[in-house]
Design a protein around this ligand. Structure first.
Ligand SMILES: [Ca+2]
Ligand SMILES: [Ca+2]
Ligand SMILES: [Ca+2]
Ligand SMILES: [Ca+2]
Length: 283
């Protein structure tokens, strides 16, 4: 990452024989760097996000003795209000639940995105912003190191209402089927297909960058907060279903699309217009 942090200004104060270091600038906390003049760059880590799930379920499903099924229970409890057991992690007969393990437990910090998610807001010209900034155009995922497009609602190029058909003329990237040109609805920003959109965003230099692309299925799924898809604090104007760069291997006419709610991914025809959120990894 080429981010240049603002120099830490340090004062030394001696109180009762104890030296305290009082810093100003360079703060931000929770992985959010302070505003500065250098643009934020991707820094892929290869790491995965946790799911955002911080609650636990009971044993009720299929259990004839269960009174009521619950999936919003406190993971530190062993029994819920119905006296149904909550399978814990440190028991021989239970491997634990999502809400017991991972970053959402180990690095739960709501100041930089829900639970274990750790995001930095980025301005339209690529500068890092404070976590409480009320206007931003891109977001860096500090866990994966990827930088994501944030959609707008201004009828401009990035408007969240615009849809695009999947189109990739490069035979080395399209799985044997190039898809369909200009079949979406994107106002006066047409042609409305993924290839044209990527080119326009790169010509524009959104958030100071010209290496935007469609995310892979894995990248898009990894951004999902299953507990509350979409992730509202950092990704306003968010649709629930996004197309990806990943052609469906068994049928090259189709592509993988990420879903909202309980649907993670599904295959869909490349001809069907879909929402798009671009990503960059700096490679
Ligand atoms: Ca219950
Ligand atoms: Ca987890
Ligand atoms: Ca967090
Ligand atoms: Ca709109």
């Amino acid at each position: 990452m080429k981010t240049l942090l603002k120099p830490l200004q340090v004062s030394f104060v001696v109180v009762m024989g104890v030296t305290m270091i009082i810093g100003s600038g360079g703060g931000g906390g929770g992985g959010s760097p302070p505003p500065n003049n250098s643009s934020v760059q991707p820094s892929p880590t290869g790491k995965l996000n946790d799911t955002g799930i911080t609650s636990c379920g009971d044993y009720a499903y299929g259990n004839p003795n269960a009174v009521n099924s619950n999936d919003d229970l406190n993971c530190s409890l062993f029994m819920d209000m119905d006296n149904d057991p909550i399978p814990p992690i440190n028991r021989i007969d239970a491997i634990g639940q999502d809400g017991h393990v991972g970053r959402d437990v180990a690095a739960n910090d709501s100041s930089n995105g829900h639970a274990g998610f750790d995001f930095t807001k980025i301005s339209s010209t690529g500068q890092a912003l404070e976590a409480n900034a009320n206007q931003w155009s891109c977001v860096k995922d500090n866990v994966t190191g990827l930088i994501w497009e944030v959609k707008t609602d201004d009828n401009g190029l990035h408007d969240w209402d615009w849809t695009y058909t999947w189109y990739e003329p490069d035979a080395t990237k399209n799985g044997g089927n190039s898809g369909k040109q200009n079949g979406g609805a994107c106002g006066n920003t047409s042609p409305c297909d993924t290839n044209a959109y990527v080119q326009k965003v790169n010509t524009e230099g959104w958030c100071g960058a010209k290496d935007w692309r469609l995310p892979t299925r894995e990248e898009m799924v990894n951004l999902m907060d299953v507990s509350k898809t979409p992730i509202p604090e950092y990704f306003p104007n968010t649709q629930t279903r996004f197309t990806t760069s990943s052609t469906y291997a068994f049928n090259p006419q189709e592509v993988w699309v990420t879903g909202g709610g309980t649907i993670f991914v599904f295959q869909s025809d490349k001809d069907i217009a879909r929402y798009v959120r671009l990503v960059r990894d700096g490679k």
